[in-house]
Design a protein around this ligand. Structure first.
Ligand SMILES: [Zn+2]
Ligand SMILES: [Zn+2]
Length: 338
């Protein structure tokens, strides 16, 4: 899956203090991929909790061990891992901590489908993506290349077998307090954020990012209308009274409500643009509309992974508009003005 964006990360291990009793560790993706993902160490009564678990790989292991050493700790002091969601760049070190210390892991059940992708047979995976391309109205010629790229996503998953399945009433004890859970489906079906009301800290995962728009896509296996869910989930965190939001990518930020409003406004603009595109087109499929949409990079210049992302985003916007009664989809999978 595409992901890490903001960087650049620090050169060496660092545990960067970002809130009382809480440190950021930044993990760098390889050069081909670029960008970075954050995880956070936060104090508990008996050690530390790790919120998200970084990008996989030896460099990340060194990064975490180095950051822990700066705090006078080792990986044995990490008593539990809380995952905001199941994407590979947030679960990378789970297998390492598991193997070393059998560290317990918590994840929402709706993201099991992401972390357990490897359990789906190769043939079934390909068939699911082929059916998705049918739904989109994709022609035959570009399919093989898209399916090859989609196939690679199956191998990206980090196979996490959580000890705790997170629900809305999930809580975890911290030193002098606890985190509560808010369900924030959208970026993934099982995305959650953790809020420490006592210290005013939001562990935001990829739900609210400071500089980029979290990806929200209709893909095989995703919930049917993730963008409607995402907009509802933005509303669910807007009123939180927190001092600092700690995101999965990019720097900690303080103006949560402003950022939520900006993300919401950006989505509304794109929904309006997709609605206008449908209104000015003959009845068209997701495939046709994604090609016509004014992306920053022209469709023909996108590589296969970017095209898959653009298709998933277009489908999510069309589905959201359809739910809102602003568009209709006919039996041939073509969209019309309502
Ligand atoms: Zn991420
Ligand atoms: Zn993510």
């Amino acid at each position: 899956m595409p992901h890490p964006a903001p960087g650049p990360p620090p050169d060496g291990p660092t545990a960067e203090p970002v809130a009382p009793g809480t440190w950021r560790v930044t993990f760098q993706a390889d050069a081909a991929f670029g960008g970075s993902t954050n995880a956070y160490l936060t104090e508990t009564d008996d050690g530390l909790a790790l919120v998200d678990a970084g990008i996989p790989g030896d460099r990340s292991v060194a990064q975490l061990d180095g950051a822990l050493a700066e705090l006078g700790a080792t990986s044995a002091d990490v008593r539990r891992i809380l995952l905001t969601h199941g994407h590979w760049d947030h679960c990378g070190l789970v297998p390492v901590l598991r193997a070393r210390h059998d560290t317990p892991v918590a994840l929402h059940a709706a993201d099991l489908a992401i972390v357990q992708r490897g359990h789906v047979s190769s043939a079934q995976w390909d068939a699911d993506w082929d059916r998705w391309l049918d739904e989109l109205g994709a022609p035959e010629a570009p399919r093989p290349e898209l399916l090859v790229r989609a196939h690679k996503m199956r191998g990206d998953a980090i196979d996490v077998a959580p000890d705790d399945l997170i629900t809305a009433d999930f809580r975890a004890a911290l030193r002098d307090g606890e985190v509560e859970t808010i369900l924030t489906p959208g970026h993934s079906a099982g995305h959650v954020v953790f809020v420490d009301r006592g210290r005013g800290i939001l562990f935001a995962g990829d739900h609210v990012l400071p500089t980029i728009n979290p990806n929200v896509s209709c893909l095989p296996g995703s919930e049917p209308d993730p963008l409607t869910s995402y907009l509802r989930s933005l509303a669910a965190v807007r009123e939180l009274d927190v001092q600092v939001a700690l995101p999965g990518h990019g720097d900690p930020f303080g103006d949560l409500r402003d950022r939520v409003d900006a993300l919401r406004a950006g989505r509304e603009r794109r929904l309006a643009a997709v609605e206008a595109l449908v209104a000015e087109s003959r009845p068209s499929t997701v495939w046709e509309l994604a090609q016509r949409y004014a992306w920053r990079v022209a469709w023909d210049e996108m590589n296969a992974i970017t095209q898959l992302g653009a298709l998933g985003e277009t489908y999510a916007h069309l589905t959201c508009l359809r739910t809102a009664g602003r568009l209709v989809r006919d039996d041939a999978g073509r969209y019309h003005a309502a």
